[in-house]
Design a protein around this ligand. Structure first.
Ligand code: SAH
Length: 242
């Protein structure tokens, strides 16, 4: 039987495992979705895969679901990070949602010279990531970092990870990632804010050994479009879409 609700929970999942839900999830399950005792729900927690569970107890501000069988094993996204500058609220939300759907392991907002909005609510954005994962059938929710200056991120860059820098100055060059990166290489994509990167940032990025500039086609894309385009290129060239 198919579950019409998929829910991310933090508790462990396994055969016979009871999962208690709190006020927020109880309201969603029992008041909004009107699930009754016996109804099937799909659960995942980012660790144990997806499980078919059934509502065992319904309360006003609480409830219990009991796991039956695993319906999907855990599928981790490829080792791809997305670094991007927070932009306008709904456009930032779009980046988070699309990145989860397209498949990333970690979201790292960075402030740059031309970042306009420094607003980044880590808890709210993690909630967005969860919603996107629930909706798209993922069994994993990417890690969502707090915002950091780009400088600081670059200063303690992990050994062996390639940073694909979407450089608007390369607009018009060929956009294939073939030959730029091999499958299996831990990667990150960097997308700038609406104003692009400053000259100082460009000089700094060009000098870093782990940075590889990439083009995203002949036109200048909005930051959120650029994020989606770069993720698609990467996924198709070396990711889990191949
Ligand atoms: N105002 C800037 C454009 C910023 S677009 C200008 O006119 O130069 C926002 C971000 O999207 C850029 O910083 C870059 O990371 C990415 N981007 C947009 N179009 C791109 C392209 N054709 N190639 C590479 N990166 C692009």
């Amino acid at each position: 039987m198919d579950a019409k609700v998929r829910l991310y929970v933090e508790q462990p999942l396994g055969a016979g495992q009871a999962v208690a839900v709190g006020p927020e999830q109880a309201t969603y399950l029992f008041a909004v979705m009107r699930l009754a005792v016996g109804t099937a729900v799909a659960l995942f927690n980012g660790v144990d895969g997806e499980w078919l569970a059934r509502v065992a107890d319904v309360g006003k501000r609480r409830g219990v679901l009991v796991c039956e069988t695993q319906t999907r094993p855990l599928a981790l996204p490829p080792d791809l990070w997305l670094l991007f500058s927070p932009i306008r609220k709904e456009r930032t939300n779009f980046i988070v949602e699309k990145a989860v759907e397209l498949g990333v392991a970690r979201l790292l907002p960075v402030t740059t010279r031309f970042t306009q909005s420094e607003r980044w609510r880590q808890d709210k954005q993690f909630a967005h990531a969860i919603e996107a994962a629930e909706q798209c059938g993922a069994t994993f929710v990417p890690r969502v970092d707090d915002v950091q200056p780009l400088d600081r991120r670059l200063a303690d860059w992990p050994e062996g990870r390639v940073l694909l820098w979407a450089d608007e100055a390369l607009a018009g060059r060929s956009s294939t990632l073939t030959g730029i990166i091999d499958a299996g290489t831990p990667s990150a994509i960097l997308i700038g804010p609406e104003g692009g990167f400053s000259d100082a940032e460009k000089t700094q990025l060009r000098a870093l050994p782990f940075v590889r500039p990439i083009s995203l086609g002949p036109r200048i894309l909005r930051a959120e479009t650029a994020a989606v385009a770069a993720l698609v290129l990467w996924q198709a060239a070396v990711g889990d879409w191949r």
